[in-house]
Design a protein around this ligand. Sequence first.
Ligand code: LLP
Length: 422
Amino acid sequence: MHHFTYKNGALHCEDVSLEAIAAEAGTPVYVYSDATLRRHYGVLADAFTDTDCLIAYAAKANSNLAVLRTLAELGAGADTVSGGEIQRAMHAGIPASKIVFSGVGKTEDEIRIGLEAGIFQFNVESRPELHRISRIAQEIGKTASIAFRVNPHVEAGGHAHISTGAAEHKFGVAWHEAEEFYREAADLPGVDPVGIGVHIGSQIMSLAPLKEAWTRVVGLARTLRENGVNITRLDFGGGLGVPYKPGDDPETPAQYAAAAREVLGDLDVQLILEPGRLIAANAGVLISRVEYVKERDGRTFVVLDAAMNDLIRPAMYSAHHEIAPLREPEAGNTRISVDFVGPICESTDRFAKDRPSTPLKEGDLVAFMTAGAYGAVLSSQYNSRPLVAETLVRGDAWSTVRIRPDFEQMIALERMPDWLDG
Ligand code: LLP
């Protein structure tokens, strides 16, 4: 469910015409829907009303400050994976007491940022990291609440590149070593082992692998409690998938919540969730303009002004995004098969191959649907294309929430060495 619909023949976000945004903000441009963000957060929160649950939105999915602030207003916490994300979340108004810090490579500086802010929890991924956190916490006179992210040896996720729970993946501590790690942590100063974390992948369409992983975690919590480690929190990670194309049928938040409750049984713990895509994906689109329609060797290439640097998911994960014309096609319109491509000199700069589409011409506008998660956050300035702009709609109002840098801003971080000056 989202708030991008045709009204009077033109695609709108809530009550704003996307053509109007494109005309003023230029293209390519991301457009996010406040109502959709709120709805997704609300549906998930409602599904867990009877459970003591912190929804720590995975900031990596879309960390625009306005998006984070919108979610902060709703009471969301944040799952973060860098010092920058911790600072971003706090800057947007998410209290440190709701921030979880995940990630396999936390640097000394990042750990300090988390400790000094007094974040809710560190999800620890290795023994050396445990000792590093313990040492820094002692140095600055703090105690870190920690969970080990365990690797449950359960494979899941929509694409091999976004599956994280198998033994070959770099994530988490080994299942067979987990108990030993908790014993070790219990004896270390500066750290307080209070939780267990798990995250097995992203764009997961079925609950079975999640339930399998959670069940293992619940079993471990019971064992640890019997052995005197007071586990009070379980972090069930993120990963629930979203529909990218007709026919995609992920489990609903209500089914997800029912499964979590079933697995938890009578275990009295606080639950932490780290959803990213579920909240942000359907809340955003990327608008692009057709630059050229190029016919060659029996193919029709629709060359857009958006490129892989603006939306890398098709190039990186063979991801499918529906591509909708901003002008509503008439009923019974003809469809032709086209390749949607960007202008970058790489063959992977192709958004879709042999895609049925209404005929398009130079100047027409299209929207990449379901682009609110892992879209703008993964954008770059490759080919010296300015970073893509972002906008946020609320009802009949909209605002630019990240500007498109001009040339001076694009080069502002670069310096000439002395020997090239003058
Ligand atoms: N928690 C942890 C520890 C994670 O690593 C992730 C995502 C999440 C939560 C949020 O997962 P979600 O609910 O969004 O599935 N760039 C890829 C997705 C990478 C996901 C990485 N980790 C894509 O565009 O499909």
